[in-house]
Write a protein that binds this ligand. Structure first.
Ligand code: HEM
Length: 180
């Protein structure tokens, strides 16, 4: 039993594990190496996938009305930032995001909404089924996120009708996101 203690300590601190006196990198030995952030974007790597706008899970609106109503790319950036702030502090769902790379989440959410609103973006993130596969999400989690999005849109002064038009694009994604 006592023999397990050094391993447990090593697993709690990557720096210690790699500089251990015996020179053994226990993270590597156990196949649990800590991913390293990209030096430019600061994002953590994800498993390779095919990049396509189809991964966004909805087709874009026609014309520029919706993009303009959401304040163009700048407005959508602010909306994505506020949404991520709300969901990672929402007592109903914040625990789901403890291990999430929020930098990547905010960027890809921005791209997804920008693409759907036809505000001049391509979506480079994963498809919804793949991104949420491991999370075991419930309808209750979806409802909480939608409420946070409604709040973020309301704060940005997006008219109710436009809010609902975006929500109608997102609603069918539930079947790929909610698995329990
Ligand atoms: C229509 C609703 C939703 C949309 C549009 C959406 C969109 C996204 C996007 C764009 C990503 C990033 C994809 C990537 O990294 O390539 C993502 C990841 C994620 N989403 Fe959602 N999402 C939705 C619902 C939810 C809900 C309800 C939850 C939980 C309450 C959730 C939790 C997460 C988590 C934890 C990740 C990160 C997964 C990882 O790190 O591998 N999402 N989502």
């Amino acid at each position: 039993m006592l023999g397990l203690v050094p391993i447990a300590l090593a697993l709690s601190s990557p720096a210690k594990a790699q500089n251990a006196p015996d020179g053994v990198d226990w993270f590597k030995e156990f196949g649990v190496e800590q991913p390293r952030p990209d030096p430019v974007s600061g994002e953590l790597p994800v498993k390779p996938y095919t990049v396509t706008d189809a991964n966004a899970g909805a087709t874009p609106f026609a014309g520029s009305d919706m993009a303009r109503t959401f304040g163009g790319q700048d407005g959508i950036h602010r909306l994505a930032h506020r949404l991520v702030t709300l969901i990672i502090t929402d007592p109903a769902i914040k625990d789901i995001f403890v291990a999430t790379d929020t930098r990547r989440l905010e960027r890809t959410l921005y791209e997804q909404v920008c693409y759907i609103l036809n505000a001049g973006c391509t979506y480079t993130g994963r498809e919804m089924r793949e991104a949420h596969r491991q999370l075991g999400l419930k309808t209750h989690d979806m409802n909480a996120l939608v409420e946070d999005l409604q709040r973020a849109m309301h704060e940005r002064g997006i008219p109710f009708a436009a809010q609902n038009r975006l929500l109608a694009k997102l609603a069918p994604m539930k079947r790929d996101i909610v698995t329990r």
